[in-house]
Design a protein around this ligand. Sequence first.
Ligand SMILES: [Zn+2]
Length: 499
Amino acid sequence: MNLEEKVIALKEHQKKLKAYTHVSSLLFYDASTSMPPGAAQSMSDTMGVISGEIYSLTVNPEFKALLNDLYEQREALDFQTRREVEELHLEQEKMEKVPKEEVVAMEEAENLANHYWEIAKKTNDFSIFAPHLEKLIEMKKRYAGYINPDGDVYDTLMNEYERGMNRAQMDPFFDALRKKLVPLIKSVGEAKQPDTSFLAGPFAIDAQKALSEYVMDVMDIDKDRCILRETEHPFTIEFSKNDVRITTKYVEDDLTSNLYSVVHESGHGMYELSIDDALQFSVLGAGATTAIHESQSRLWENYIGRSLPFCKLIFPKVKELFPDQMEGVSAEDFFRAVNVAKPSLIRTDADELTYALHVMVRYELEKRIFEGDLTVSELPAEWNRLYKEYLGIDVPDDTRGVLQDAHWAGGAFGYFPSYALGTAYSAQIYDALRAEVDVDACCEKGDFAPVRQWLTEKIYRHGMLYTADELIEMTCGKPFDPAYYVDYLEEKFSRLYHL
Ligand SMILES: [Zn+2]
């Protein structure tokens, strides 16, 4: 094969890989949204087989030879193809260190654990989930050992989500955040609190559904390529840029939970929907990193969605759908109420100010689990102790404590730090966005095309062509600086609470 033929073979390989990951994601989506509970075991067997096929596609002698040839000649390739070769080469080097049986067993164990986590959460019984969690932790330790035998286990796991991330970088990031945030949260707690009584409902689920549709329209989400469904834990999953699925959860006595979940997931969705067509069948046709993805959902949820101009834009619709609850309430009252900062139990419902502390609890626990310093049976009590220490609140049950997130059930250890990092990225990206686009005017007009165009140009369209560091530098003209995040929080909450 000459170089041109090799490149064609590489593109065909990626198309096949995309098809298999499409199937795998579709099964995961089905298991989360509509599978009957009795099908958990057979679904997990099927997912194991599919992940084995994906493994064999990546790790086989024929493809290895092709990839090695292309890797050696990468300087002669166009930019996209060179990046694809680099990405696949890295993935292949990593995966061939892990035995196929281990990959299949891990996929099966994760799907089963996810099923038992759901039951444990519903029944507030950690013991149902505990043996599955123990098994996953052991598997992840082995997995990290295969990939990076001399490395630190937790650093290796974090790298699965954010390449290059390690504790040496994250510890000072979190320390700096904690030093600034804890006193600020204390001052806010002592200040006069806004009236939030009108957010307690009840809010009819049908009317909340109408609000979800309205918000997706306001953000101009293409419903021809993106649909909204319901799950216990809201998420976004994409099969291609033409098929993005987002989910939400409706709670009768909480309007903002669904409202801001939809804005958040639509932010993730908009990113996927706007990736360049040229990347459609490429391994690079996805968000750059977990934290960059989260920066985009947070940018919409908090920086735009919780701003006064955005609240003014959507409040007439809120009032129309919930006239009794919103009687005598103004858009400014609504804005103040959706920005209330108060330590709470649930991470996904946390306000902007206390959010990072929820992530810090998980980060501390994960580090200790993988250092061998904390056992699964000690986990619920340690969770509760840290919530008391960091957020000052008592956790009444495991459903609202250690069982609240789906991540560990899906084997995602080392994922949580990306949330805090992504939120910090979004502060800096928002600053750059506002320097070039009049976001407030977009809210006033209800037309976010200029915002979307800017984000597409700077971030969305590139998919995984660039690293997180490169994207931040290209978008903001300087390297990542967490000071933007802390400054933003200090400025916003000092103003809101007249500190
Ligand atoms: Zn998210």
